[in-house]
Design a protein around this ligand. Structure first.
Ligand code: ATP
Length: 231
């Protein structure tokens, strides 16, 4: 599978007026790798992803997708996105939604295959609005796959779901990574990062303050707790 570098941020700064949202952000991701971005509200996670999606421009620093400008149409064809506030037409069936999504891409992935990966192949004839929250989220995931992305952005993909639904989505995400897709995921759940991530980046104040495996991160958190207690 493709292990080349898919996305990079180098020395990136971004301000909204007086608010310095990113201050020297560094990030790089390869194919077949899942990177989890953790951090409190306002840390800069959404801004970092918006820059990679080409929705915003950096004030300073370098942002690249597949070695290109993220606003380049060729680069944009190879990304998939699952946002938190996805609003899909409730009266369309799952099959209609996926076929419509696929029609925007020159080389889509087969709709049936996307449905299988996402675990919604038994829901293709059901209306989106009639599905449970967990089923809807898996349909949104299937929809993120129709362009056959090399890189997928998942913004808190399982927030608010019950454990069983979360585990269903985790399985689907793992399968995609095993196929060689790169994934950037934001989450507030440490156990989600633990279940999925090869690498965790903890953001605070507009930059990465800690980076490594989930185990290494847990060890550091544990050490901090011990230090606090011994004071
Ligand atoms: P959350 O977990 O709440 O989504 P986040 O880590 O994604 O937080 P960002 O949304 O990137 O953080 O926000 C970083 C900082 O930039 C915050 O202080 C936020 O208030 C500010 N900010 C974000 N978007 C805007 C905007 N459009 N205008 C002004 N300030 C903004």
């Amino acid at each position: 599978s493709d292990r080349s570098t898919l996305a990079t941020l180098r020395g990136v700064h971004k301000q909204y007026g007086a608010v310095h949202a990113l201050r020297g952000m560094e990030l790089s991701l390869r194919g077949g790798e899942l990177l989890a971005l953790l951090g409190p509200n306002g840390a800069g996670k959404t801004t970092a992803i918006a820059l990679l999606l080409g929705l915003l421009r950096a004030d300073q620093g370098e942002v690249a997708l597949f070695g290109r400008d993220p606003q380049d149409i060729v680069a944009r064809r190879h990304i998939g996105v699952m946002l938190q506030d996805a609003q899909l037409p409730p009266t369309l069936t799952v099959g209609e939604l996926l076929r419509q999504g696929a029609s925007y891409y020159p080389a889509p992935r087969e709709v049936g295959a996307c449905a299988v990966v996402a675990g919604v192949d038994d829901l293709l004839r059901r209306r989106y609005g009639k599905l449970s929250g967990g089923q809807q989220r898996r349909v949104q995931f299937a929809l993120a796959l129709v362009g056959n992305p090399r890189l997928l952005f998942l913004d808190e993909p399982t927030v608010g779901l019950d454990l069983q639904s979360r585990q269903g989505l985790w399985r689907a995400i793992r399968q995609l990574v095993a196929e060689g897709c790169g994934v950037v995921l934001t989450t507030h759940y440490l156990e989600e990062a633990e279940a999925l991530a090869d690498r965790v980046c903890v953001m605070a104040g507009g930059r990465i303050v800690s980076e490594g495996s989930v185990d290494a991160l847990r060890a550091r958190v544990a050490i901090k707790r011990v230090r606090c207690r011994s004071r």
